[in-house]
Design a protein. Sequence first.
Length: 237
Amino acid sequence: MPIHDWTRVPAGLFHDFHQSWSIRIKDALNAGRLPKGVAALVEQRSGPFEADVLAVGGVAVRQQPAARIVRRTDKTAYSERANRVVVRHHLGRIIALIEIVSSGNKDSRRALRHFVDKTVAFLSEGVHVLIVDLFPPTSRDPFGMHKLIWDEFAEEDFTFPQGKDRILASYESGPEIAAYVEPVTVGDPLPDMPLFLWNGIHVPTPLELTYQAAWDASPEDMRLTVETGVMPEDEAE
């Protein structure tokens, strides 16, 4: 199953696929790939800000304010609601996680900085991280998501090999941070990537197998839209 070009469809379609894919990754890891006492769970990311609606009082209102110009972005909203696969030891301490990058993670400097900072924080706290980025670089990450993350630990030159513009990166936390990087592009099969559980110990993450399963379970109209870049017409009854 080749990697599809998710840049030509609305963010909501990739969000749906993202959610389905993350569950299949979780299921595959729990089906005998993880050692006893280690479990993969699907959890929702927390956005950069958590609103406590129960504490709202005084003159606060829910009505949309009036303004001459209003702008919204749905990409960031989808990315903040996206699942991540979290690997816990005895259902408690987080030892590893898998992040599937959404277009909204790169949609603004703020969103990109938040994603990078969270990843760096996890690695600094001893949590191993696998990043799956099926979106090409933007002006905000011209050398890809991996370089932004890696620069926080060791600034090094990085350029994509010719013909590659997406990236998979597995980070092993510890006294020394290690990165295992696989550049890919649209049309490539997805390689299995190592997911570290402890220093020197990893399990292969079946990205291709689970991507295929999520794709096969996607609605036909959605698959056609991804393959052609054309939304189906809403036929009048």
